[in-house]
Ligand binder design. Structure first.
Ligand code: C5P
Length: 218
């Protein structure tokens, strides 16, 4: 029997990561932040001096990434890089390497390896369409660009970083556009995904909705 999967896809800063992690915790399931794998790939390339548009070079790195996720820490070759992979620079790099088919292919098997009993909650762009097409619950979680920019802005300010709301909004729009227009696994709501528009929802309400859909699947 294969473990059940809840796939949560959506644009950057939609809050899908927070919602996915809480749903996983509520169910006692594992959680996969697939975006972190693209971010780690971009960081590994930068560290190795491999250009983000060198498809074969980046794919080779992606296939052999030495990563570990434990207790909320993200490690690359044993080093905690949780903050480093969230920088704007690496966000752009992740979006760039994610547009390369060979990189997506290399990360496909690594993502599927996270599917273990009793279940997995996975968030990203193509969880329901490509990586786990047989997921029992598929959600497209989104919010307006303005709301997402505001959420990202607050997050940065709370962490003590300085930030510009305008700049964040602009970068979000650029990244959305690149993620939705690329040839492979573009960001889009699948026909079989439930839409969860969170502009006017709290995190708790969004989590409760996903759990209700999961329960409805028996
Ligand atoms: O979700 P997050 O913003 O961390 O993802 C970083 C980048 O990785 C995105 O801009 C997107 O291009 C890419 N990505 C992807 N497929 C996924 C997850 C992330 O292409 N499943």
């Amino acid at each position: 029997v294969v473990a059940p999967v809840i796939a949560i896809d959506g644009p950057s800063a939609s809050g899908k990561g927070t919602v996915a992690a809480r749903v996983a915790a509520a169910l006692g399931w594992d959680y996969l932040d697939s975006g972190a794998l693209y971010r780690l790939t971009a960081l590994a390339a930068q560290k190795a001096g491999v250009a983000w548009d060198d498809e074969a070079g980046v794919a080779a790195l992606a296939a052999s990434l030495d990563v570990s996720f434990a207790e909320g820490e993200v490690c690359l070759a044993g080093e905690d890089v949780g903050d480093a992979i969230r920088s704007e620079d690496i966000s752009g790099g992740a979006s760039a390497v994610a547009a390369l088919p060979a990189v997506r292919e290399a990360l496909l098997f690594r993502q599927r390896a996270f599917r273990v009993a009793p279940g997995l909650v996975a968030d990203g762009r193509d969880m329901g369409s490509v990586v786990f097409p047989d997921a029992r619950v598929k959600v497209f979680l989104t919010a307006s660009a303005e709301v997402r920019a505001e959420r990202r802005y607050k997050q940065l300010i709370e962490k003590g970083f300085s930030a510009s709301l305008d700049k964040i909004l602009q970068e979000l729009r650029t990244r959305d556009e690149r993620d939705s227009q690329r040839a492979v696994a573009p960001l889009q709501q699948n026909v079989d995904a439930q839409l969860l528009e969170t502009s006017n929802l709290t995190i708790e309400q969004a989590v409760a909705q996903v759990l209700a859909w999961q329960q409805a699947c028996g």
